[in-house]
Unconditional design. Structure first.
Length: 352
């Protein structure tokens, strides 16, 4: 079985961060979301993945390379503009050949993996198998309607009056039957080839389409709030490691993973948390659920429940909470006044 990973989206809801990086490379627990996706795929025994990229393909390739570092051979497939998930399947036709494959959105977090679902797909080989999860408000999702035996009877995109609470999470298993379905459908009202239409074509043509209900943690990392929630989830599962760079005058409470090249001086870090390579933390308090990237400086600061990206500096400031601080950004206090340099589509909360 091969994998098809979709990494060409624009990530408009994650601006301003996605002005300077693809949304799939936003770090969660100091690893890009896309690397977490690849980890899940490698756990399935997959050795070949096609990665669909758009205008930011070079940045994706700079992280994944040829895949040798993650144990999966990578083939890049360029999509000139977003034309729908089924269009990605069409573009990848030569790469996929006659193989079964799993299609995985590159900005989706499934922290418990999908190995059992993959095993059932391999054993039963339905024409398609969609992964779904129960949600409180199905109107915001594509939903699957099921028969009592688990067969999919209909797929509905963002129904106003849903008859099912099973939302599709962005992972699909396919046999080559999907290629006939993709060739048979036409663009939707928004001008895209929808994967829901292709799977519905299989259902309407009496093909065996199944659903697997995922009960673990699932999140589409489309908003800053979602990224922070994913960060909490993954930090809860980390394995702590404390190197020599932590001075005796510092205190670590709970599980903390600190890179051997980082330094922690006269500071308190409450886990779960992670500190990246080359980072210096001094005279600071780092609260739980904080991921600090590589080559950062945190000095005389108080940061909690936040993500600090590589190269950022946080100085002389307290009360940083539930925040994402971008690459190379500088955050510091002033003389009692607020001086802000805020980019397009940013969100800033200032205490008064």
């Amino acid at each position: 079985m091969k994998a098809l990973v979709l990494s060409g989206g624009m990530g408009t809801r994650l601006r301003p961060f996605t002005y300077s990086m693809p949304k799939q490379l936003i770090p969660v627990a100091n690893q890009p979301v896309l690397i977490h996706v690849m980890d899940n795929l490698r756990a399935l025994g997959i050795s070949q993945a096609g990665v669909v990229v758009g205008d930011r393909g070079d940045e994706i390739a700079a992280v994944l390379g040829d895949g040798s570092s993650i144990g999966i051979e990578i083939t890049y497939i360029r999509q000139d503009t977003p034309r729908g998930l089924a269009h990605c399947v069409s573009l990848a036709r030569d790469f996929l050949g006659a193989d079964d494959f799993v299609m995985y959105l590159g900005d989706v977090m499934l922290s418990e993996g999908i190995t059992e679902m993959a095993e059932r797909f391999r054993a039963n080989r339905p024409a398609a198998q969609v992964v779904v999860q129960k949600v409180t408000d199905p109107r915001a999702f594509g939903v699957a309607e099921l028969a009592a035996d688990g067969r999919v009877t209909a797929l509905v995109e963002k129904p106003q009056h849903p008859t099912s609470d099973l939302a599709m999470v962005g992972v699909y298993f396919f046999t080559p039957a999907i290629h006939e379905a993709v060739a048979a459908i036409r663009p939707s009202a928004r001008g895209e080839l929808e994967i829901t239409d292709a799977v519905q074509w299989l259902v309407s043509n009496n093909c065996d389409v199944r659903a697997e209900v995922y009960t673990g943690f699932w999140k589409d990392t489309g908003r800053v709030e979602d990224v922070i929630e994913c960060n909490r989830q993954l930090l809860d599962a980390l394995t702590p490691s404390v190197p020599d760079g932590v001075c005796a005058d510092s205190e670590l409470v709970g599980p903390v993973l600190i890179d051997p090249t980082a330094r922690v001086v006269r500071s308190r870090i409450t886990g779960p948390g992670v500190v990246g390579a080359g980072t210096v933390i001094e005279d600071s308090r780092i609260g739980p659920y904080t991921a600090i990237g590589e080559n950062c400086v945190v000095s005389n600061a108080d940061v909690a429940d936040s993500i600090v990206l590589s190269g950022a500096t946080v100085r002389d400031i307290v009360g940083i909470h539930s925040s994402v601080i971008g690459r190379g950004a500088a955050v510091s206090s002033g003389d009692g006044r607020h001086r802000l340099v805020v980019g397009d589509h940013s969100s800033v909360e200032v205490a008064v």
